[in-house]
Every structure is written in structure tokens, then in C-alpha cells.
Design a protein around this ligand. Structure first.
Ligand SMILES: Nc1ncnc2c1ncn2[C@@H]1O[C@H](COP(=O)(O)OP(=O)(O)OP(=O)(O)O)[C@@H](O)[C@H]1O
Ligand SMILES: [Mg+2]
Length: 229
């Protein structure tokens, strides 16, 4: 579904992402684990075209998207939930969700969103800025979903969120994959969340992958050790 080859991304002269290659299968949840500053956000932003890549290829299905503008990538089927959520604080929950849509949303779409995140129904008329961090995260995921992605990309969705809501988000991601049959790429530092959602995990260190494991062969201790170096 998504195939990245020999990707290089950096800021000015510095290279942060170094010759990275990886694939995500349709209906797969790939978790990219890495400590602070290891390049997770840089990598994910470059997939979306928020940061330009210096070289390399990004294919969505059989289409090369690495030279497209962000909005064109979103139209082709990739959606992003940024680190820190970036919802619009002065808009209501409903209005925030609509900012992701190209036109009005059918009732079935609203029903699906509220089934995934019942709290958003209760809060639908509230301003985004008055939601808790966990509620804002659910809102950011809902906003990304209404673009109808084939690949959903999330950057540290559990950052600053309490354990019970982390569980809700894990459950929602699996439900989204099962219902929509889409691929999900998620960066993380929380090992328990990774264990809950992933089909496969990669560990990134200074812009390169240093470890890969599929769900069956996953050694949480090994990954914890890599994250605590
Ligand atoms: N705008 C920028 N200009 C220059 N360097 C940057 C910029 N943004 C990030 N970097 C550097 O790139 C490297 C990777 O940062 P990045 O934000 O991708 O890490 P991360 O894995 O997302 O970290 P975190 O877990 O803290 O979000 C770091 O060394 C960081 O200092
Ligand atoms: Mg980051």
C-alpha cells in the first residue's frame, strides 16, 4: 500500500532521515518506535509532503507521490494526525471534523465517527480548545478519517494522554483498520501501546531503522532496551 525507498530528509545541510526504506501492506498496522529526536516526526511529515524529501521514492499503491503537494497526497489517500493534535481551538468539535472534509458529510460518516468515539458526540457543540488532550486526540483522528484515507499516519498519538484513554485510542485504531480495511502507520514511544496495536514494529535511531519485528516475533524487552539507551 505504501512503499518508501531510499528516502533522505533533512533541514538545511543536516540529514535526519538517512536512506530509509520500508513497506506497509494494506490492512497492516506498522508502529515506528523511537526516542525523542530520532526522526519520527521528520519521517512522517515527509510522507505527507509537509517537509520536502531530498531524494528517494514514496509510492502510494502504484503512484509515486514524493513530488506532489500535501493536498494532492491527501486526495490520493494518505491522511495525517500530527504530533500535538493541532486541532482548531476556537472551532467546535463538529466544525473541526468538517475541516477535514471536502464537502458535507453523509449521516453514515457521522454515525461511524460517533460509534468510534462516543465522547465526540457528547462534545459535538463544544469548542475544540475546551476538550481534554485525549478528547482532542480522538477529534484529530476523526478529522483525518473524513478524507477517506487508504493509509492513516499518526505521530505519537498517546503523547501526554492518560492510560485509560491510551487504551481507547488503541482499540479505535484496530477498529478503524478492521472497518475501513486501511493501512496505519503510527510513531510511538509507549511500548504497551505498540504491543496492543502493532502487526509489525520498526525501531528508528538517528534516522535509520535498527530493529524490525513482526507481531509473532516481538520481544517487548528488546524494544524497551533499545528505547532506553
Ligand atoms: N525545523 C527543524 N530544523 C532543524 N532541525 C530540526 C527541525 N525539526 C527537527 N529537527 C531535528 O531533527 C532531528 C529529528 O527530530 P524529529 O522531530 O523528527 O524527532 P522525533 O523522533 O519526532 O522526536 P520527538 O519524539 O521528540 O517528537 C532532531 O535532531 C531535531 O533536533
Ligand atoms: Mg516527533
Amino acid at each position: 500500500m505504501l512503499e518508501v525507498s531510499q528516502l533522505n530528509v533533512g533541514y538545511g545541510q543536516s540529514r535526519v532521515i538517512q536512506d530509509l526504506s520500508f513497506k506497509v501492506e494494506a490492512e497492516e498496522i506498522l508502529v515506528i518506535m523511537g526516542r525523542n529526536g530520532m526522526g519520527k516526526t521528520t519521517l512522517l511529515k515527509s510522507l505527507l509532503g509537509i517537509l520536502p524529501s531530498k531524494s528517494g521514492s514514496i509510492k502510494l499503491g502504484d503512484q509515486e507521490i514524493s513530488r506532489l503537494e500535501s493536498f494532492e497526497r491527501v486526495r490520493r489517500g494518505i491522511a495525517f494526525v500530527p504530533q500535538g493534535r493541532m486541532i482548531f481551538p476556537a472551532l467546535t468539535v463538529t466544525e473541526n471534523i468538517l475541516t477535514g472534509a471536502r464537502s458535507t458529510l453523509e449521516k453514515s460518516v457521522w454515525d461511524e465517527i460517533y460509534a468510534l468515539f462516543p465522547i465526540l458526540y457528547d462534545m459535538r457543540a463544544r469548542k475544540g480548545g475546551n476538550l481534554s488532550g485525549g478528547q482532542q486526540q480522538q477529534l484529530a483522528i476523526a478529522r483525518a478519517l473524513v478524507t477517506n484515507p487508504k493509509v492513516l499516519v499518526l505521530d505519537e498519538p498517546t503523547e501526554g494522554i492518560q492510560p485509560s484513554i491510551i487504551k481507547d485510542i488503541a482499540r479505535a485504531l484496530k477498529e478503524i483498520r478492521n472497518m475501513r480495511k486501511i493501512a496505519i502507520v503510527v510513531s510511538e514511544q509507549v511500548v504497551s501501546f505498540m504491543m496492543e496495536v502493532c502487526d509489525r514494529a520498526l525501531v528508528i535511531e538517528r534516522g535509520r531503522f535498527v530493529h524490525e519485528a513482526s507481531r509473532v516475533g516481538l520481544d517487548a524487552g528488546r524494544i524497551k532496551a533499545l528505547l532506553s539507551v
